[in-house]
Design a protein around this ligand. Structure first.
Ligand code: HEC
Length: 123
């Protein structure tokens, strides 16, 4: 038997592993689309005091759901997310601020990179 089939199998396994990386790793990669990077920077600057904004971890403010938990809820789409962010000023009270319309799409694009099949919230 030659070693070729084993090598091919290894290469295949590597491809599968890479495709199963959480998409949030994509947001951190230099190849991430510009809106995703802008959304991530904005979230870091304006949301991370309360929310966990990365793909895992607890929120600094325990009443604020981690962004990963928000986007992995059934029924959340880019549109429902944008709608929430547009109307979020003063609901909940802790979020009494307004997100500029230009930033809403970036935020939604970034947050949706946190979607992972089989997501389990940190308990
Ligand atoms: C001062 C703390 C605070 C900051 C800053 C904050 N949030 Fe929140 N956010 C909360 C709290 C508390 C809740 C949960 C309220 C509830 O469940 O009644 C929440 C809820 C949310 C929800 C809804 C979750 C759901 O599924 O109901 C979204 C989406 C959200 N925040 C996005 C953001 C974004 C985007 C930013 C930054 C632009 C941000 N938040 C900044 C405190 C904050």
């Amino acid at each position: 038997m030659t070693r070729l089939p084993a090598l091919a199998l290894l290469a295949l396994a590597a491809c599968i592993a890479a495709s199963q990386l959480p998409q949030a790793s994509l947001a951190r990669s230099p190849a991430a689309p510009a809106p995703v990077k802008r959304g991530q920077a904005f979230a870091q600057a304006h949301c991370s005091v309360c929310h966990a904004i990365a793909d895992e971890g607890f929120s600094p403010n325990p009443e604020s759901p981690p962004f990963a938990a928000v986007v992995n809820k059934p029924g959340i789409t880019r549109n429902t997310l944008r709608q929430f962010l547009r109307d979020s000023h003063n609901f909940p009270a802790a979020m009494n601020f307004r997100v500029e319309p230009a930033r809403i799409d970036d935020l939604a694009d970034y947050m949706l990179t946190l979607r992972t099949p089989g997501y389990r919230p940190p308990i």
